[in-house]
Design a protein around this ligand. Structure first.
Ligand SMILES: N[C@@H](CCC(=O)N[C@@H](CS)C(=O)NCC(=O)O)C(=O)O
Length: 186
């Protein structure tokens, strides 16, 4: 997302066992989890919120539909869908937590299969992005979850996911971000 925004930023790399759990970082995110961003005095945590915040804070990058546009509907819909139902469904599946059928009504995502079907339908309809021609922060977030999930086996690949993710993978910002991550991982 930061690469898509295209403004200079400083990355602070934390260590899982030490600095991530230290007092300095807990003052930023009491959850002791990454990522978090600081923009002036504003701190934002939660990836979906960070993406939405950055898109609004840097409108020149064109990463969100205009505030009063009806396109804000699907834009928020898919950001929140992934932060809630998809994240919970894939985490539970990866850990082997099975929701008994008679309790599906009390779980926000209901059934893992329904979450996947909803995402398959929306990615199948992407032209080529979720909102049509305009690439937005929702594509950054939805696409990252799908690509990561397929890579690590928490999401089963299907042609619609693969085609949508291939479009996103071709973006120069995405390629720069991968190079930055890979360099950090060495
Ligand atoms: N709800 C958070 C989840 C963040 C998250 O899962 N962070 C993991 C990334 S590996 C983390 O920091 N884990 C380290 C830990 O909990 O110690 C978000 O959307 O940003």
């Amino acid at each position: 997302m930061l690469e898509e925004v295209g403004v200079p930023y400083e990355a602070v790399v934390l260590d899982f066992a030490t600095t991530l759990k230290g007092a300095d970082y807990h003052a930023i995110n009491p959850m002791g989890k990454v990522p978090a961003i600081r923009h002036g005095d504003t701190v934002v945590t939660e990836v979906a919120a960070i993406c939405a915040y950055l898109a609004d804070a840097f409108p020149a990058a064109g990463l969100a539909p205009p505030p009063l546009s009806r396109e804000r509907g699907p834009y928020y819909r898919w950001l929140f869908f992934v932060a809630g139902p998809l994240e919970a469904a894939t985490s539970n599946k990866a850990l082997g937590f099975i929701v008994p059928p008679e309790r599906e009504r009390m779980i926000g995502y209901g059934r893992y299969e329904d979450v996947m079907d909803a995402l398959e339908a929306v990615t199948q309809g992407a032209r080529p992005y979720l909102l049509g021609d305009q690439f937005t922060a929702a594509d950054v977030y939805v696409g990252s979850h799908l690509a990561y999930g397929m890579q690590f086996g928490t999401i089963e690949a299907c042609p619609a996911f693969e085609c949508y993710c291939a479009t996103l993978a071709a973006r120069p910002a995405r390629q720069r971000a991968i190079r930055i991550d890979d360099a950090l991982a060495q």
